[in-house]
Design a protein around this ligand. Sequence first.
Ligand SMILES: C[S@@+](CC[C@H](N)C(=O)[O-])C[C@H]1O[C@@H](n2cnc3c(N)ncnc32)[C@H](O)[C@@H]1O
Length: 279
Amino acid sequence: MTIRQWLETARQRLNGRQDEPALSARLLTAHHLNKDRAWIIAHNHDPLPADLIPALEADLDRLVRGVPLPYVLGAWEFYGLSFQVNESVLIPRPETELLVETALNWVKQHPGPLRAADVGTGSGCIAAALARHAPQMHITAVDISLQALRVAKQNFIQLNVAGQVSALQSDLLSSLSGPFDLLCANLPYIPSAKLPHLDVTTHEPSLALDGGPDGLVLVQELLLQARSRMADRFLILLEVEADHGQAAPELACQIFPQANTTMLRDLAGLPRLVSIKFE
Ligand SMILES: C[S@@+](CC[C@H](N)C(=O)[O-])C[C@H]1O[C@@H](n2cnc3c(N)ncnc32)[C@H](O)[C@@H]1O
């Protein structure tokens, strides 16, 4: 069987099971061949090595059952970096790159050593991306889930930022005293009642998704804790659900009335990022 014939079979089996069947088939095959996608396209008339077929078939079965591609590959890209992922952590989303980009713009305007916290670090994607681009910053990455922290620590080592990032278990900021110049969080924000109706809950950890009755329980608690843990001038960035485009900044204004709170929109034009700045 050629690579092309295998890709066609895989694509057909993935139809209706994965969002982009052809792309998923190609990425899975590239992963097993240890090549990139361009190589696969250029060599699609080559024979598929027979010894790879059993493992490819097993992973294809997982994709057909609806397991997200990043979990099958065990890795996913975020902010140009490759992160290990498994079912203990949320798959890093492109929307979250807005948070990293906004934080790094602020960092550029504040040269010198900075102390940051990434609350609910999951795979560690926010903390690692910040560390790679802001070598003067020390980041404390916390998560309540020990399984998630295990993945995050692996990523910090693999991405050579372990010396710059401290990873520890904490319920929000309760184990930390600060002060922090920068606080970033992409906390669970889906209202509990919505969860049973969403596909995302089948494979991704509910601890990473469940934001309580109104989806803002953790955000509110974090902001209350942050009041006594921020430096003299600071930036807080919180990713929220677009439905919270009004409620989340209102909450921020109540808790930090002296700060400048704005709502930033993602590439789809949806209000997704609360920015609370005090200079
Ligand atoms: C939406 S995921 C975000 C993961 C990662 N920061 C990202 O952007 O991909 C939320 C994370 O918050 C963690 N979490 C949930 N409740 C928490 C709490 N009370 N304190 C600290 N972390 C919490 C979850 O375990 C999960 O890893």
